[in-house]
Design a protein around this ligand. Structure first.
Ligand SMILES: O=C(O)CCC(=O)C(=O)O
Ligand SMILES: [Fe+2]
Length: 333
């Protein structure tokens, strides 16, 4: 299996963007604008996250999934909750689009925002719903530290990317700053177990879906049976990236902000081919960047016009997330 990125998914070095004032900022913004109007997927390099931090979080995630089921279950997400451990069969992402199918062949561990303040935004009932208490798996001693470090790095990269987005959309550079400065992003490790027998009919590692927030950053292991993104004609493109790059994709709220000028593309995780050799286990680390729960999302005036009236009613980041989560997690809960 090649780890060469698909030529349809551009590789963009975000280093030259700097804080928006780098010498290459305009070119980076223009490249993102093109990619976000097309498939909405980018291979991000030059992100500045040390490889050691990425590798360490992958290692502690793998160690967690290697624990006995009874130990993993100690961290089980509460009914209706989204943080903690969700075992095989607990989730079907296609449900988020009202498509009923067999559950995804995966298990996952998720944390919400790690740093919290003592203002009501964090301590109120609604704040605690979006940022439930953290419960780190103590059986893997380095888990909390490695995840906390990766979360901070991902948050910083996403902050810069939101500035790239602002530049790409000809908005003031800080347009999104006050909408994401207390974001409720999740970091999630997903383990797609080795498949020794073919999956059930219609069962995928992850069913087709779009992501819910502003953008998603993904670090993946290269293994058979991976991520695929849907082209406008309905066909699927495999997404392969080297382990030091992140896949970035536009998620629903950016599509809503841009009145669908940018695409929140359907994607899925395919099963390994039946003739795949050896162990087909695959792990990904996914940072779902989700704006502040009270951030309003209304199609931007600059993306609407007489021929392109607003397609979306006003929503908030929290309302959209809650609606999608409720649908995707309604299996076994
Ligand atoms: O594991 C992957 O490569 C993608 C997972 C994904 O798209 C998701 O969980 O939203
Ligand atoms: Fe996704």
């Amino acid at each position: 299996m090649s780890s060469a990125p698909s030529s349809e998914i551009p590789v963009i070095d975000i280093g030259p963007f700097g804080d928006g004032d780098g010498p290459g900022a305009a070119a980076v913004a223009a490249a993102f604008d093109r990619a976000c109007r097309d498939l909405g997927f980018v291979v991000v390099v030059g992100h500045g996250v040390p490889q050691a931090a990425i590798d360490a979080a992958h290692r502690s995630s793998r160690a967690f999934f290697d624990l006995e089921l009874a130990q993993r279950d100690r961290y089980a997400a509460p009914p209706g909750g989204f943080v903690g451990y969700r075992g095989l069969g607990a989730e079907g992402l296609s449900y988020s689009l009202d498509q009923e199918t067999v559950p995804d062949f995966k298990e996952a561990f998720t944390v919400g925002r790690i740093e919290r303040g003592d203002e009501p935004y964090f301590t109120s009932e609604i704040g605690r719903m979006y940022m439930p208490d953290l419960s780190w798996p103590t059986e893997v001693p380095e888990f909390a530290a490695t995840w906390t470090e990766l979360y901070r790095h991902m948050d910083r990269v996403a902050w810069r990317l939101m500035r790239v987005f602002a530049a790409a959309l000809a908005l003031p550079l800080g347009f999104f700053d006050d909408k994401v400065d207390r974001n409720i992003s999740c970091l999630r490790a997903i383990n797609y177990p080795h498949q020794s027998t073919p999956a059930q009919p219609n069962q995928l590692r992850a069913g087709a879906h779009t992501d819910y927030g502003s953008l998603t950053l993904l670090s993946m292991e290269d293994a058979p049976g991976g991520l695929e993104v849907q082209r406008a004609d309905g066909s699927w493109v495999p997404v392969r990236v080297p382990s030091d790059a992140f896949v970035m994709n536009v998620a629903d709220l950016m599509a809503q902000w841009t009145n669908d000028q940018w695409r929140s593309s359907m994607h899925r995780v395919a099963n390994p081919p039946p003739d795949a050799n050896g162990n087909t286990r695959r792990q990904s680390l996914v940072f779902f960047h989700q704006p502040n729960y009270d951030a309003e999302v209304i199609p931007l005036a600059s993306c609407c016009g007489p021929d392109t009236p607003p397609k979306y009613a006003r929503t908030t980041s929290g309302e959209h997330l809650f609606m999608k989560m409720t649908k995707a997690k309604n299996i076994n809960v």
